[in-house]
Design a protein around this ligand. Structure first.
Ligand SMILES: *Cc1c(COP(=O)(O)O)cnc(C)c1O
Length: 246
Protein backbone atom coordinates (compact mmCIF):
# COMPACT_ATOMS: atom_id res chain seq x y z
CA UNK A 1 0.00 0.00 0.00
CA UNK A 2 1.23 3.48 -0.77
CA UNK A 3 1.31 6.28 1.76
CA UNK A 4 -1.27 8.17 -0.27
CA UNK A 5 -3.60 5.19 -0.03
CA UNK A 6 -3.00 4.79 3.72
CA UNK A 7 -3.70 8.48 4.19
CA UNK A 8 -6.90 8.25 2.21
CA UNK A 9 -8.08 5.33 4.35
CA UNK A 10 -7.26 7.05 7.64
CA UNK A 11 -9.16 10.14 6.51
CA UNK A 12 -12.13 8.04 5.44
CA UNK A 13 -12.19 6.31 8.83
CA UNK A 14 -11.93 9.70 10.55
CA UNK A 15 -14.87 11.01 8.53
CA UNK A 16 -16.98 7.97 9.39
CA UNK A 17 -16.20 8.31 13.10
CA UNK A 18 -17.09 12.01 12.94
CA UNK A 19 -20.35 11.18 11.24
CA UNK A 20 -21.25 8.63 13.92
CA UNK A 21 -20.81 11.39 16.50
CA UNK A 22 -22.67 13.92 14.34
CA UNK A 23 -19.59 16.06 14.03
CA UNK A 24 -18.20 17.82 10.97
CA UNK A 25 -15.11 15.98 9.68
CA UNK A 26 -13.31 19.28 9.08
CA UNK A 27 -13.33 20.01 12.83
CA UNK A 28 -10.69 17.34 13.24
CA UNK A 29 -7.03 17.75 12.34
CA UNK A 30 -4.93 14.75 11.41
CA UNK A 31 -1.33 15.01 12.59
CA UNK A 32 0.83 12.51 10.68
CA UNK A 33 3.36 11.22 13.21
CA UNK A 34 6.57 10.90 11.23
CA UNK A 35 9.01 10.07 14.06
CA UNK A 36 11.86 7.79 12.90
CA UNK A 37 10.71 8.16 9.27
CA UNK A 38 12.93 9.84 6.70
CA UNK A 39 12.24 13.15 5.03
CA UNK A 40 11.55 11.38 1.74
CA UNK A 41 8.43 9.80 3.26
CA UNK A 42 7.37 13.13 4.74
CA UNK A 43 7.72 14.64 1.27
CA UNK A 44 5.63 11.82 -0.20
CA UNK A 45 2.94 12.38 2.44
CA UNK A 46 2.99 16.14 1.90
CA UNK A 47 2.60 15.55 -1.84
CA UNK A 48 -0.56 13.59 -1.02
CA UNK A 49 -1.95 16.70 0.66
CA UNK A 50 -0.89 16.28 4.28
CA UNK A 51 0.11 19.51 6.06
CA UNK A 52 0.44 18.66 9.77
CA UNK A 53 3.32 16.46 10.94
CA UNK A 54 4.23 15.38 14.46
CA UNK A 55 7.58 14.48 15.99
CA UNK A 56 8.15 13.38 19.55
CA UNK A 57 11.82 14.37 19.81
CA UNK A 58 12.70 18.03 19.37
CA UNK A 59 16.13 17.31 17.86
CA UNK A 60 14.49 15.24 15.16
CA UNK A 61 11.80 17.88 14.61
CA UNK A 62 14.41 20.63 14.17
CA UNK A 63 16.56 18.52 11.85
CA UNK A 64 13.64 17.57 9.66
CA UNK A 65 12.23 21.10 9.62
CA UNK A 66 15.61 22.43 8.45
CA UNK A 67 16.05 19.67 5.90
CA UNK A 68 12.51 20.17 4.59
CA UNK A 69 13.11 23.88 4.13
CA UNK A 70 16.43 23.26 2.40
CA UNK A 71 14.85 20.86 -0.04
CA UNK A 72 12.09 23.33 -0.87
CA UNK A 73 9.40 21.46 1.04
CA UNK A 74 7.58 24.45 2.51
CA UNK A 75 4.38 25.05 4.40
CA UNK A 76 4.56 22.14 6.81
CA UNK A 77 2.99 22.68 10.23
CA UNK A 78 5.12 20.89 12.80
CA UNK A 79 3.71 19.54 16.05
CA UNK A 80 5.95 18.71 19.00
CA UNK A 81 4.04 15.79 20.47
CA UNK A 82 6.50 14.24 22.94
CA UNK A 83 7.64 14.92 26.48
CA UNK A 84 10.12 17.80 26.58
CA UNK A 85 13.21 17.42 28.72
CA UNK A 86 14.14 20.67 30.44
CA UNK A 87 17.56 20.88 28.88
CA UNK A 88 16.02 20.45 25.40
CA UNK A 89 13.39 23.17 25.79
CA UNK A 90 15.59 25.63 23.86
CA UNK A 91 15.02 23.53 20.75
CA UNK A 92 11.31 24.32 20.84
CA UNK A 93 12.22 27.98 20.60
CA UNK A 94 14.63 27.27 17.79
CA UNK A 95 11.84 25.62 15.85
CA UNK A 96 9.34 28.34 16.71
CA UNK A 97 11.70 31.17 15.83
CA UNK A 98 12.47 29.94 12.30
CA UNK A 99 9.25 30.14 10.36
CA UNK A 100 11.21 29.52 7.14
CA UNK A 101 11.62 25.90 8.19
CA UNK A 102 7.89 25.48 8.44
CA UNK A 103 6.00 26.49 11.49
CA UNK A 104 6.10 24.91 14.93
CA UNK A 105 2.39 25.29 15.39
CA UNK A 106 1.65 23.44 18.61
CA UNK A 107 3.43 21.87 21.58
CA UNK A 108 1.21 19.01 22.70
CA UNK A 109 2.81 17.68 25.84
CA UNK A 110 3.38 20.33 28.53
CA UNK A 111 3.21 17.85 31.38
CA UNK A 112 4.56 19.70 34.44
CA UNK A 113 4.81 23.24 35.83
CA UNK A 114 8.57 23.36 35.49
CA UNK A 115 8.55 22.85 31.71
CA UNK A 116 5.75 25.40 31.33
CA UNK A 117 7.81 27.96 33.26
CA UNK A 118 10.89 27.25 31.21
CA UNK A 119 9.11 27.43 27.85
CA UNK A 120 7.42 30.68 28.84
CA UNK A 121 10.70 32.23 29.96
CA UNK A 122 12.51 31.22 26.77
CA UNK A 123 9.62 32.37 24.59
CA UNK A 124 9.45 35.75 26.36
CA UNK A 125 13.19 36.23 25.82
CA UNK A 126 12.58 35.68 22.10
CA UNK A 127 9.51 37.94 21.99
CA UNK A 128 7.38 34.98 21.03
CA UNK A 129 4.41 33.21 22.48
CA UNK A 130 3.93 29.49 22.14
CA UNK A 131 0.71 27.60 21.58
CA UNK A 132 0.60 24.66 23.95
CA UNK A 133 -1.61 21.85 25.17
CA UNK A 134 -1.47 20.53 28.71
CA UNK A 135 -0.91 16.79 28.95
CA UNK A 136 -3.17 14.98 31.36
CA UNK A 137 -2.62 11.48 32.68
CA UNK A 138 -6.25 10.48 32.86
CA UNK A 139 -5.68 6.78 33.32
CA UNK A 140 -3.39 7.23 36.32
CA UNK A 141 -0.94 4.74 34.79
CA UNK A 142 2.41 5.28 36.46
CA UNK A 143 4.30 5.01 33.19
CA UNK A 144 2.44 7.95 31.69
CA UNK A 145 3.47 11.57 31.87
CA UNK A 146 1.14 14.43 32.58
CA UNK A 147 -0.84 16.26 35.21
CA UNK A 148 -3.41 14.34 37.16
CA UNK A 149 -6.79 16.03 36.71
CA UNK A 150 -6.64 17.27 40.32
CA UNK A 151 -3.07 18.57 40.08
CA UNK A 152 -3.92 20.39 36.87
CA UNK A 153 -6.75 22.31 38.51
CA UNK A 154 -4.41 23.26 41.35
CA UNK A 155 -1.60 24.31 39.02
CA UNK A 156 -3.72 26.31 36.60
CA UNK A 157 -3.81 29.70 38.32
CA UNK A 158 -0.02 29.91 38.26
CA UNK A 159 0.19 28.42 34.75
CA UNK A 160 -2.18 31.15 33.59
CA UNK A 161 0.18 33.75 35.06
CA UNK A 162 2.99 32.73 32.70
CA UNK A 163 3.25 35.51 30.13
CA UNK A 164 4.28 33.69 26.94
CA UNK A 165 2.17 30.54 26.71
CA UNK A 166 -1.21 30.29 25.06
CA UNK A 167 -3.25 27.38 26.34
CA UNK A 168 -5.13 25.82 23.45
CA UNK A 169 -6.43 22.72 25.19
CA UNK A 170 -5.56 19.29 26.53
CA UNK A 171 -3.74 16.20 25.34
CA UNK A 172 -3.64 12.63 26.59
CA UNK A 173 -2.00 9.31 25.79
CA UNK A 174 -4.39 6.47 26.45
CA UNK A 175 -3.03 3.17 27.74
CA UNK A 176 -2.30 0.65 25.02
CA UNK A 177 -5.08 -1.93 25.03
CA UNK A 178 -6.15 -4.56 22.50
CA UNK A 179 -9.69 -3.21 22.30
CA UNK A 180 -9.99 0.56 21.83
CA UNK A 181 -13.42 0.54 23.50
CA UNK A 182 -11.59 0.08 26.79
CA UNK A 183 -10.06 3.55 26.56
CA UNK A 184 -13.29 5.35 25.74
CA UNK A 185 -13.67 6.42 29.41
CA UNK A 186 -10.23 8.08 29.32
CA UNK A 187 -11.18 10.15 26.30
CA UNK A 188 -14.54 11.02 27.79
CA UNK A 189 -12.85 12.14 31.00
CA UNK A 190 -10.47 14.40 29.09
CA UNK A 191 -13.39 16.03 27.32
CA UNK A 192 -15.17 16.60 30.65
CA UNK A 193 -12.02 18.10 32.10
CA UNK A 194 -11.80 20.51 29.15
CA UNK A 195 -15.41 21.53 29.81
CA UNK A 196 -14.54 22.14 33.47
CA UNK A 197 -11.64 24.34 32.43
CA UNK A 198 -13.84 26.33 30.06
CA UNK A 199 -16.20 26.90 32.95
CA UNK A 200 -13.64 27.58 35.72
CA UNK A 201 -11.09 29.51 33.66
CA UNK A 202 -13.23 31.05 30.91
CA UNK A 203 -11.43 32.49 27.90
CA UNK A 204 -13.16 35.86 28.24
CA UNK A 205 -11.43 36.30 31.60
CA UNK A 206 -8.24 34.46 30.64
CA UNK A 207 -7.35 35.64 27.16
CA UNK A 208 -4.27 33.42 26.99
CA UNK A 209 -6.51 30.35 27.27
CA UNK A 210 -8.79 29.30 24.44
CA UNK A 211 -9.42 25.69 25.43
CA UNK A 212 -10.50 24.60 21.97
CA UNK A 213 -8.44 21.45 21.43
CA UNK A 214 -8.48 17.86 22.56
CA UNK A 215 -5.45 16.03 21.18
CA UNK A 216 -6.27 12.38 21.68
CA UNK A 217 -6.30 9.19 19.64
CA UNK A 218 -3.52 7.30 17.84
CA UNK A 219 -3.50 4.46 15.30
CA UNK A 220 -5.06 2.06 17.74
CA UNK A 221 -7.90 4.23 19.00
CA UNK A 222 -8.39 7.39 16.91
CA UNK A 223 -11.95 6.53 15.90
CA UNK A 224 -13.10 6.17 19.50
CA UNK A 225 -11.27 9.41 20.33
CA UNK A 226 -13.14 11.24 17.56
CA UNK A 227 -16.45 9.86 18.79
CA UNK A 228 -15.53 11.30 22.20
CA UNK A 229 -14.63 14.75 20.89
CA UNK A 230 -11.01 14.74 19.69
CA UNK A 231 -10.16 17.79 17.59
CA UNK A 232 -6.64 16.52 16.84
CA UNK A 233 -5.61 12.90 16.29
CA UNK A 234 -1.95 11.83 16.13
CA UNK A 235 -1.52 8.91 13.77
CA UNK A 236 1.78 7.29 12.81
CA UNK A 237 1.62 3.55 12.12
CA UNK A 238 -1.59 3.60 10.06
CA UNK A 239 0.03 6.08 7.65
CA UNK A 240 3.69 5.09 7.59
CA UNK A 241 3.64 1.45 8.68
CA UNK A 242 5.40 0.00 11.69
CA UNK A 243 8.46 1.70 13.14
CA UNK A 244 11.64 -0.30 13.45
CA UNK A 245 12.76 1.61 16.52
CA UNK A 246 11.39 4.33 18.76
C1 LIG B 1 4.28 7.75 18.34
C2 LIG B 1 3.22 8.64 18.88
C3 LIG B 1 1.94 8.67 18.30
C4 LIG B 1 1.52 7.82 17.11
O1 LIG B 1 1.46 6.47 17.43
P1 LIG B 1 0.86 5.39 16.40
O2 LIG B 1 0.38 4.31 17.30
O3 LIG B 1 1.99 4.96 15.53
O4 LIG B 1 -0.22 6.02 15.65
C5 LIG B 1 1.02 9.55 18.83
N1 LIG B 1 1.31 10.35 19.87
C6 LIG B 1 2.52 10.36 20.45
C7 LIG B 1 2.79 11.28 21.59
C8 LIG B 1 3.53 9.50 19.97
O5 LIG B 1 4.72 9.52 20.57
Amino acid sequence: MTIAENLRQVKARMAQAAQRAQRAPDEITLVAVSKTKPLSLIAETAAAGQVDFGENRLEELCQKADAAAQSGLNGIRWHAIGTIQSRKAKLALRAAAQPDSGQLCLIHAVDRPKIAQRLSRLAAQNNLSLDVLLEVNVSGELSKHGFSPASLLTALPSLLDLPALRYRGLMTMAPFVPDAEQVRPCFRQLRRLLNDLRHNFPPDQNPQATWQHLSMGMTNDFEVAIEEGATIVRVGTAIFGHREYE
